[in-house]
Design a protein around this ligand. Structure first.
Ligand SMILES: [Zn+2]
Ligand SMILES: [Zn+2]
Length: 555
């Protein structure tokens, strides 16, 4: 039921204009009294441009302010870019969380492995489940994807129904779980769909993504014909892929050994939730050394080249239990996430250097994406026939390709927005406002705002080092002791061989001596003058300007 003045709005607070850290919110009601629900709460991973930062999360300032009107958080699936920020951010919101059994079990497993993580109350929703949160009626739609239990959400309100696709592809033979529920999506189309908010990841790729079954066949062949040991690396959460490997191994009487903590954790969760019922037990890593080479398949973590993961250590011959050598075959049943290519190449090169045969998706069909290509996006639009389409889950390139495709497919209104845009879906659709949005960095055990200087300072330190100067002045402004100068991360000498320490030291003395005597009684003025002098002296010797701290003590 919609009252006069009610509106239905949508805002992405993460994941739109970038891949990762998905967070979307939907609001319903009078603009002054909206009720909200949130969908997903994911992370992104930090790259070289963010020294010391492993995880990036959406800034949830707006949700914290609106906490009283926030009815719950619904998770579409348990990929890190959709649920990875839950344990860190939930204490700021303390709202009910809704997830399917596999996602709920993964949250619990994660909580147990992170000391101090909060106990999040999760309401388990069955596949295809339907429940209400205030003015929102929410129904799950099963989608094929690269993790069990990926769901689209049909969000029905008094002003129309929205399909939030989550991550999906069309795969008639997905190996694990039901295929994308075409019948339910078509009937949503018959019922009338106001808006489709959809996955744009592969919107620049023509055709359809191959089926998981094709990958299973290739893996089976490569494992069957392998002369020695076999290693396979993939995302641990891709339980369908783990099953394909396990089946292929069983067919040629090889045992599957799990290598890496996240493999063990997922395997346990998958057993608990019934996804490995017909699969022979995996062996733990200690037995690897006792099995003959032609009797083993090692399922390893580290498909993204993560430095501490199993495969990186194996590639450096630094793993306590597992080693590969000439005659062994390692299959990358994965693709490098943009930004990880160099790290993955390092692992591949390490393995090849020790004589291991490496197989990737460049030479064999050992991986497929879990996201829809263009023909699949067209199918979805044809089934659902939305009035409005909003591209999500993508970088600007992917989203604009998705938008153009939707227009060509005849969708009456296509709205491209960015994180923080408040989009009114009904009545009179369009972008109406901007909400506070941004990023948080997980830095050690703390969460810091991306706008804080911390990481920018760290980047500057990494680029040009630091000079520290200390000196003591009397209250009359006479030099009592110092200056002492210390350099960190700065070359020892300039091109002529003059020590940098000497250059810094002389510039400090010269600047001090050239200051008028009365000015020398002002410690702040002294510090500022010396700082400028050091930066400029080192700057001209090096053509880089370091950070400079001057400590002036007065006695
Ligand atoms: Zn995703
Ligand atoms: Zn996903």
């Amino acid at each position: 039921m919609a009252g006069r003045g009610d509106e239905l709005v949508f805002a992405p607070l993460g994941g739109v204009g970038e891949i990762g850290m998905n967070l979307a919110i939907y609001g319903f009601g009078d603009p002054h009294r909206r009720k909200w629900i949130a969908v997903d709460l994911g992370v992104s991973f930090g790259g070289d441009d963010l020294p010391g930062i492993d995880l990036i999360m959406p800034d949830i300032r707006f949700l914290v302010e609106e906490r009283r009107n926030l009815l719950g958080l619904v998770l579409t699936h348990a990929h890190e870019d959709h649920f990875g920020a839950l344990l860190d951010l939930w204490p700021r919101l303390k709202i009910p969380v809704y997830a399917t059994p596999f996602a709920a079990a993964l949250i619990e497993a994660k909580r147990q492995s992170e000391p101090g993580a909060p106990e999040v109350p999760v309401t388990i929703v069955p596949l295809d489940g339907r429940f209400s949160l205030g003015p929102f009626d929410i129904e799950l739609v099963s989608m094929a994807h690269s993790i069990p239990e990926s769901n689209g959400l049909i969000i029905r309100t008094g002003l129309g129904a929205v399909l939030h696709t989550g991550d999906w592809k069309i795969d008639p033979t997905p190996v694990l779980g039901p295929p994308t529920d075409e019948a339910k999506l078509r009937s949503l189309g018959d019922e009338g769909c106001l808006a489709l908010i959809g996955d744009s990841t592969n919107a620049v790729r023509e055709g359809r993504s191959p089926s998981e079954m094709e990958v299973a066949k290739t893996l089976a062949e490569l494992i069957r014909t392998a002369p020695g040991r076999v290693g396979v690396t993939t995302f641990a959460s891709h339980v369908g892929r783990l099953r394909s490997v396990a089946r292929a191994a069983a067919a040629c009487e090889r045992e599957v050994v799990l290598v890496g903590r996240s493999m063990e954790r997922i395997a346990q969760v998958a057993r608990e939730t019934g996804y490995l019922e017909d699969i022979r037990d995996f062996r733990s890593v200690e037995v690897f050394g006792y099995l003959p080479p032609e009797k083993v398949v090692a399922l390893c973590t580290g498909s993204q080249g993560e430095a501490r993961a199993a495969l990186s250590r194996i590639a450096e011959d630094d793993h306590p239990e597992v080693g590969f050598s000439s005659g062994d075959r390692v299959i990358f049943s994965s693709r490098a996430i943009p930004g990880n290519e160099k790290a993955v190449m390092r692992v591949i090169n390490g393995l090849v250097a020790r004589g291991v045969e490496v197989i990737t998706d460049r030479d064999h069909l050992v991986h497929v994406s879990g996201h829809p290509r263009r023909a699949e996006l067209q199918d979805m639009i044809g089934w659902v026939r939305p009035q409005i389409l909003i591209p999500a889950h993508g970088e600007p390139l992917h989203m604009s390709a998705h938008a153009a495709l939707a227009r060509r497919a005849g969708v009456p209104k296509v709205i491209t927005c960015r994180d923080g845009d408040l989009v009114r879906l009904a009545p009179r659709p369009g972008i109406i406002d901007e909400l506070p949005a941004g990023r948080l960095y997980k830095d050690g055990s703390l969460l810091i705002g991306a706008q804080e200087r911390t990481v920018a300072d760290r980047r500057r330190l990494g680029f040009a080092g630091i000079v520290s100067v200390a000196l003591t002045l009397s209250h009359k402004g006479e030099l009592v002791s110092g200056p002492s100068v210390e350099l960190t991360g700065i070359p020892d000498a300039d091109v002529a061989g003059t020590p940098m320490l000497q250059i810094a030291h002389e510039s400090v003395l010269e600047a001090f001596n050239s200051m008028p005597k009365p000015r020398r009684r002002d410690p702040e003025a002294v510090a500022e003058a010396l700082r400028r002098a050091v930066r400029s002296a080192i700057g001209s010797a090096w053509r880089k300007k370091p950070i400079c701290h001057v400590h002036v003590l007065t006695v």
